[in-house]
Design a binder for this molecule. Structure first.
Ligand code: CA
Length: 253
């Protein structure tokens, strides 16, 4: 299917053996008529190792969707001619199961709802945070590919970060590695292995600190504050390590 692209990925892998190899073959279709937004999104996706095809109209998008398999589609709602909502509906009628993330303006609430009804999987409001967009793309691809995309025993995706347990380090979206303490590594693993579950502070204390020490529940909160700086696109508005009032925390991938 993909014979004319030459060798990829576009970056050298050798220097950093923790590079996310599975992402280098992922193809994303970007449908956006705004040049500035399109350029920014494409650049960021390419830097993350994706192959990006950029189309500027819904009609052109459907054309390529009929012949090329993509791992994810980023679809602007307000397009000239056919709208993004119509494209999503039509793509689903064609039987495409590819994750579709809509890009919407703040005043397009109606179309946002009908886009989700029509088969889109998610939406992001403009102006969106680039790290957030990359995290959503990653999450949707991972979900849609099920077992193919399960990280190795030694790697975990937590929010927007990649945790390498062997190296006991965490890579944030800007590519920086941060060393993790034992407790931080165990806490990240505990969260990642219990997605969607409300974990009490007592659960976390027992799992991470065990019986051998007597830290207070405040210790848990301090650790969470630190981890959020690494795994959240906006640490002050956490989406991944969410507070469960009067109880503890819940991890949302
Ligand atoms: Ca537009």
């Amino acid at each position: 299917m993909d014979t004319n692209e030459g060798a990829n990925p576009s970056y050298e892998n050798g220097a950093d053996d923790f590079e996310d190899e599975e992402q280098s073959e992922m193809r994303v279709l970007l449908v956006e008529d705004d040049n500035l937004i399109g350029t920014m999104v494409r650049l960021n996706l390419e830097q993350d190792g994706y192959q990006v095809e950029w189309q500027r109209s819904g009609e052109a998008a459907l054309q390529v969707l009929r012949t090329v398999r993509y791992d994810c589609v980023l679809l602007d709602i307000g397009l000239p001619g056919m709208s993004g909502t119509e494209v999503a509906k039509y793509a689903r009628k064609l039987g495409l199961g590819t994750p579709i993330i809509m890009l919407t303006a703040r005043d397009e609430i109606e179309s946002k709802i009908s886009a989700l009804d029509g088969g889109a999987d998610d939406y992001l409001c403009k102006p969106f945070n680039m790290a957030e967009l990359l995290a959503r793309v990653r999450a949707h691809i991972r979900r849609s590919q099920g077992s193919l995309e399960v990280p190795t025993d030694q790697e975990l995706h937590v929010g927007t970060s990649l945790v390498n347990l062997e190296r006991r380090a965490l890579r944030t979206t800007d590519g920086t590695w941060h060393e993790l303490s034992d407790k931080e590594a165990v806490l990240l693993q505990f969260l990642a292995r219990n997605p969607g579950r409300a974990l009490s502070r007592a659960d976390i204390l027992e799992e991470v600190w065990g019986m051998d020490a007597t830290p207070t529940e405040r210790t848990v909160d301090n650790f969470i504050v630190r981890l959020r700086r690494w795994v959240e696109p906006e640490p002050d508005h956490p989406r991944h390590i969410v507070t469960v009032r009067g109880w503890g925390y819940r991890y949302e991938p």
